[in-house]
Design a protein around this ligand. Structure first.
Ligand SMILES: [Zn+2]
Length: 64
């Protein structure tokens, strides 16, 4: 299914784990340092940067 919804100021975040676009509508105030969760694979992602509508994330290692 190709359906590009860009509700959060046009920001797009591709999950580094499953390569699917993460639903950012759950995070209306997305900013660097926030932790989000991929709605496809459930991976926890740390937001590194939100510049130019491209949300850069890093997989958070939850192994404690
Ligand atoms: Zn994912």
């Amino acid at each position: 299914m190709i359906n590009q919804q860009t509700e959060t100021s046009g920001a797009v975040c591709i999950c580094p784990e499953c390569k699917n676009p993460v639903d950012l509508s759950r995070y209306p105030n997305l900013a660097a340092g926030m932790v989000i969760e991929c709605n496809h694979c459930g991976m926890t992602l740390l937001v590194k940067d939100t510049a130019n509508g491209q949300v850069q994330t890093e997989i958070v290692d939850e192994g404690k």
